[in-house]
Write a protein that binds this ligand. Structure first.
Ligand code: PLP
Length: 417
């Protein structure tokens, strides 16, 4: 902060304000967590200045002795952590990891079957706004309208008529476990590759508190900044036979130099994920989500799928006469940060969405448990009772600030100079 203050007081001030925002608000964004100092130290390290192209031992610039060691550690830790035959730690993001997988295993215009975006899938799974849909022909499977869960018989039916070369399992907004055994059976039945995108749940999988897709899939991709609590950036795990092709598709196929500082941060993240403390946080994350879902249900909210088995709780605020947008804004006014989301019953291009997606990874990372989830459920219910009631919102906000003060994110850290 000292150097930043000297060179750029404006950005330094924004960093201080952001740190304060993080400390004083309740982060329920399912796609975020709090980043450990060790990860930030690796991100801010001298490895930022090293230019590398290629892979350890096969680089295009000199001076890579320590960068090679960093990448080798990151790869071997990723493989050990997830029990994978092969890992590539160079993807700039989850989206670039997914693109590289499609271009490694498929020919352009090949068919891919993935989860529908409004039902929980991700843009990079062939959404019309994503370039993935311009390079490959995607079909999408819906969730069952009653249970709001994946209907595996329907996935099989679509696979049998669509004949995909690849099936994608994985979602951004789906609070239930995915049955990888059944997905693998369906894929095998139509001769398709199975890819899992575990971006959201990678931390839960690493801690072994939910089943891993790795044994049943040809390829598994993820990002490091969600439940895994790392920096930004993607990773590809695969069966050994796909390794050479994936390596070439990442470099030189679709990326140039790789950020060694980000790779170092990935290595730190994987090491932390092997520690007992990490497992405790991940188990708490699920317990918290289940408690929050039950608490909101008890306070009159309909929970999509009726509950949760991971870090996500998707609330149907439409059933209470609110739009997802208004709910998101109202919660932000009281210091509860979450995002509006489609729910399965929303139309394909809805004028407004009916859901709010809550995630408990960040609150568990700052030490909150089920007692605090009861308080959070109370605050959400009070805030959404009447978005016009200023006095009530004020009192909820001050409760929230008190709760945050008891659970510092970065204890002892001073962001002033
Ligand atoms: C978040 C997410 C990604 C995208 O990761 P980026 O690193 O932001 O590109 C990909 N797939 C799924 C399922 C995600 O939830």
């Amino acid at each position: 902060m000292h150097y930043l203050e000297q060179d750029d007081p404006e950005i330094a001030e924004l960093v201080r304000r952001e740190a304060e925002r993080i400390e004083t608000t309740l982060n329920l964004i399912a796609a975020e967590s709090h980043t450990p100092h060790s990860v930030m130290a690796a991100l801010g390290s001298v490895f930022n200045e090293k230019t590398i192209e290629g892979y350890p031992g096969r680089r295009f610039h000199a001076g890579c002795i320590h960068a090679d060691a960093v990448e080798e550690l990151a790869v071997s830790r990723a493989r050990a952590l997830f029990g994978a035959e092969y890992a590539n730690v160079q993807p700039h993001s989850g989206t670039s990891a997914n693109l590289a997988v499609y271009f490694s295993l498929l020919k352009t215009a090949d068919r891919v079957l993935a989860m529908s975006l409004p039902h929980g899938g991700h843009l990079s799974h062939g959404h019309s706004a994503s370039i993935t849909s311009r390079c490959f022909e995607f079909a999408h499977y819906p969730v069952d309208p009653e249970t709001e869960r994946i209907d595996y018989d329907r996935v099989r039916q679509i696979a049998e008529t669509f004949h995909p070369r690849m099936i994608v399992a994985g979602a951004s907004a789906y609070p239930r476990l995915i049955d990888y055994d059944r997905m693998a059976e369906i894929a095998a039945g139509v001769g398709a590759y199975l890819m899992a995108d575990m971006a959201h749940i990678a931390g839960l999988v690493a801690a072994d508190v939910i089943p891993s897709p790795v044994p049943r899939c040809d390829v598994v991709t993820f990002t490091c900044y969600k439940t895994l609590m790392g920096g930004r950036g993607g990773v590809i795990l695969a069966k050994g036979a796909h390794g050479d092709s994936i390596d070439r598709t990442i470099f030189p196929g679709s990326q140039g130099t790789s950020p060694v500082n980000a790779i170092a941060a990935k290595a730190v993240t994987f090491r932390r994920a092997m520690a007992p403390d990490f497992r405790r946080i991940q188990a708490q994350t699920i317990a918290n989500a289940q408690h929050l879902a039950a608490g909101l249900h008890a306070r009159g909210f309909r929970i999509v799928t009726g509950g949760t088995e991971n870090h996500q709780v998707i609330v149907d605020v439409g059933a209470r006469g609110l739009s997802g947008d208004l709910a998101e804004k109202t919660l932000e006014r009281v210091g509860i940060i979450a995002n509006r989301n489609t729910i399965p019953s929303d139309a394909v291009t809805p004028p407004s969405v009916s859901g709010v997606r809550l995630g408990t990874g960040a609150l568990a990372a700052r030490g909150m448990g089920i007692t605090e989830m009861g308080r959070v459920a109370d605050m959400i219910a009070a805030a959404l009772m009447d978005p016009e009631d200023r006095q009530r919102l004020e009192s909820v906000a001050s409760n929230g600030r008190r709760l945050c003060a008891g659970f510092p994110v970065y204890p002892g850290e001073r962001y002033d100079t």
